[in-house]
Write a protein that binds this ligand. Structure first.
Ligand code: AMP
Length: 457
């Protein structure tokens, strides 16, 4: 299939061509025609599949087709994202694809001054890309009017709920008109997501590209077993001997990210850290320097890295394995994006064997182990439990905060709630949507042999 067959206008096709895209990705092929028709969409898709263009292109097309008279503070399209980085990236995509179109847009997120954001909405904008918390603050000040909203996009809805935004989202939804198009993108489908979807979506078209526990086929994955105390040394050696020029390195904690950045700098490797404690300015600066190849290593925590889109990123290193297996898939999804090949290297110490076991179980395949003689682990070192720190993940920003321990980190494992099973019920639209989706995902799985965990391209 070609982009020209999707019903997009010349100005969008020209911008797409300039990006060097030749064929629409599977999610774009599925989503663009239905979004153009104005239908609601429930999409099972993660970053790296081309989902941003999948909703941005048809939304820009629809915007250009009508020219309603707008009042001050009214907006036509709202895209909600979990993180500032993702909001900035979606805004960037809209700018890129809408280069030859007439529209206005603005990005709204916390950590920066609210007044310029209020002023830009007051001037009148067609598209707002926002994180829920700051948008709610603005809405609370009557700074935005949703009465003319035509389309709402919830991007990475699962992560928004993970981060405790559900109450903010619900409050925002109450301010919006019932009649609107809604697109919900999520990598996973928990009970909460299904409930949210059922209350929001009308007759949604299901679009699915890859199961959340699949890893990109273009990413080669290896594990090096190494002692914890020698990880930094091994990382420096890998970067230097393999001449890696652009590496995204994951640590479990913000403190760990800062410490590693400092150590890499001391070893003569340019590096910067990106995590929730850094100001928005510092995060944007670090990302820009990394993208421009001014620094070789970007050290990130899971939440900060969520949604990062760095084209052609060749190397991802798990300096520490994540506590949550799903985060492994998200991490390595930073490389091997949209058809590019990539390499994901995990440095695993004795404490992390159980985490590795859980990850392999989750992705349903064994990761190749490559032994490095000079870094062979000392067999006398015994495993110590990995400290799972209490963080604010999973808490609403408005909910009373749990008391944090000293040095608590945001990116800790989410607290697991006992699973409640609910019988599917015909009246229960949530269960129905979930059951339909689950059946289709199961059917996709059945089509594949058990060892095939590749992303559908
Ligand atoms: P996303 O899943 O939206 O984060 O997109 C992942 C990456 O794929 C981005 O770097 C896009 O620029 C790129 N991309 C999106 N659509 C296409 C396409 N049709 N062909 C090649 N690359 C694409």
């Amino acid at each position: 299939m070609k982009f020209t067959e999707l019903g997009l206008s010349e100005s969008l096709l020209k911008a797409v061509k300039e990006q060097g895209y030749t064929t629409p990705t599977p999610i774009q092929q599925q989503a663009i025609p239905v979004v153009l028709e104005g239908k609601d969409v429930l999409a099972a898709a993660q970053t790296g599949t081309g989902k941003t263009a999948g909703f941005t292109l048809p939304l820009l097309e629809r915007l250009s087709q009508t020219h309603p008279k707008m009042q001050k503070k009214q907006i036509r399209v709202l895209v909600l994202t979990p993180t500032r980085e993702l909001a900035a990236q979606v805004a960037e995509s809209i700018k890129t694809y809408g280069k030859y179109m007439k529209y206005s847009s603005t990005v709204i997120f916390g950590g920066v001054g609210i007044y310029p954001q209020l002023a830009s909405i007051k001037k009148g904008v067609d598209i707002v890309i926002a994180t829920p918390g700051r948008l709610l603050d603005i809405a609370g000040q009557q700074g935005i009017d949703f009465s003319a909203l035509e389309t709402l996009v919830l991007d990475e809805a699962d992560r928004m709920l993970d981060m405790g935004f559900i109450h903010d989202i619900k409050k925002l939804l109450k301010m919006m008109p019932k009649e609107k198009q809604t697109l919900l993108f999520s990598a996973t489908f928990s009970k909460e997501i299904k409930q949210l979807a059922s209350g929001l979506l009308k007759d949604p078209v299901l679009v699915e590209v890859a199961r959340e526990n699949t890893t990109a086929e273009q990413v080669s994955q290896v594990v090096h077993y190494v002692d914890k105390s020698r990880k930094r040394e091994l990382l420096s050696q890998l970067i230097k001997t393999k001449e890696w020029q652009q590496v995204l390195v994951f640590t479990r904690t913000k403190h760990g990210a800062n410490r590693l950045t400092k150590q890499l700098e001391e070893a003569g490797i340019t590096a910067a850290a990106i995590h929730g404690n850094k100001s928005q300015g510092a995060r944007t600066k670090a990302l820009a320097a990394f993208k421009a190849n001014e620094i070789r290593v970007l050290v990130a925590t899971d939440i900060a890295a969520r949604g990062l889109d760095i084209s052609n990123l060749p190397h991802v290193v798990n300096y520490e394995l994540p506590n949550v297996p799903e985060d492994y898939v998200h991490r390595i999804g930073r490389t091997g994006r949209a058809g590019q090949s990539g390499e994901a290297v995990s440095l695993v110490c004795v404490d992390e064997h159980e985490l590795l076991f859980n990850i392999e179980k989750f992705i349903k395949s064994k990761i190749k182990k490559v032994h490095i003689e000079a870094f062979a682990p000392n067999p006398d070192i015994k495993a110590e439990p990995i400290q799972k720190r209490q963080g604010n993940r999973g808490q609403s920003r408005n909910a009373p905060k749990k008391k944090k321990s000293v040095g608590a980190e945001i990116n800790s494992a989410p607290t697991t709630k006992p699973k409640q099973r609910r019988k599917p019920n015909k009246e229960n639209n949530a269960a129905q949507i979930g059951a339909n989706l689950q059946a289709r995902l199961d059917a996709m799985d059945k089509k594949k042999p058990n060892t095939n965990h590749k992303r559908k391209k």
